[in-house]
Ligand binder design. Sequence first.
Ligand SMILES: Cc1ncc(COP(=O)(O)O)c(C=O)c1O
Length: 392
Amino acid sequence: MTVVAWLEQVVAMGTDRESIESARRLFPATEKLSYFNTAAVSLGSTILRDAYTNFVAEWTENGLNTTRAEQAGENARRSFAKIIGARAENIALIPSVSAAAGLIASQFGIAERGENVVIGEREYSSNHFPWRMLERKGYDIRQTPFRNGGLEPDDIAQRTDGGTILIAYSAVQSASGHRSDILGIADIAKQAGAMTFVDGSQMAGALPVAPYLDSIDVFATSDHKFLLNAVRGVGYCYIRKSLQRRLVPTNAGWKAGAVPLESFFGPEMRLSQTASRFDNSLNWLAAIGDEAALSLFDRFGIDTVFNRNAELVNLLRDRLAEIGQQPISLPPVNQSTIVAIPLDDTDPTTLLKHLKARDVVCRARDGNLRLAVHFYNNADDIDRLVGALKSC
Ligand SMILES: Cc1ncc(COP(=O)(O)O)c(C=O)c1O
């Protein structure tokens, strides 16, 4: 689905205002802060706080309930799958994006002549360093320059050929909000017979992934941004079913077993038949947190969250235009829930201090003022931001 089609759907469906505005009340910091920093870490919800508090209290009183924590991991896996439109059996629980990239990078042996990997020049390091390691095995790592803060299919196509084994990129770029043309890149990869690795950290929970999933081989994300568990500890890795059999679960331990709690000792190795054979051992506390955090998507409706985000980002762009602030110019298909304004000569420290003094929270990234909206924002937040920017 293009952004234009998505926006048309938003207008057609409207937004369930009452329930989505009640969502804001679950994030107490919204009472005092206008928070535009979800692209770094999300706000905490009372749902998350209660889940942690209750689990720690129970642990303190009665000992740690590992079965309960493992179950929380399974519930979180299911919720995540639903958010991106996947089946839970195709999701592995991983600690981080870099761990998922490392798992994929570890699959490749010594390069044959001409074999190469195509990546983005200014990708977030978790989706850059793991591929650079493949230089040691003789792969030519082809770095694609960014245009408008992101990767354009034409530039990727120029660097891709029959020797390309993998194309790795972010669904949405962290510093600029540039949203990649997933379908366009998938076509290039298909022609070359290359695998695609998509860093979904700035897309999962913010925007619909389901319409693109068939065009992605591997989609990895951590939980601390739009998936609402800022202390992090669990990540998710979708692996296309047909690819799973070809991959070796190089990190397999007990958690990758067919029945993890019965897989502590050898001599047998009975691995799971699903993507959970790529699981890493869980951070149990984080699993409890993710179970609670991700339940919010179901509670308010996954599409309602996405629709609200579309509405908010449009409002943000309109209001910035009214005061003459010019974000990086991106066609609608490349827009996301992150809006980046080039800082040029503005000193980021002074600007962020000015905004913070007015209870507006955001970050500067890679030469841009980065503003991210999520469904707990509202028009008052945007008013406050605009007022603060005007008074600079
Ligand atoms: C685009 C992007 N990828 C990945 C990450 C995180 O990577 P990891 O899970 O390896 O810490 C971030 C931010 O934390 C990010 O912005």
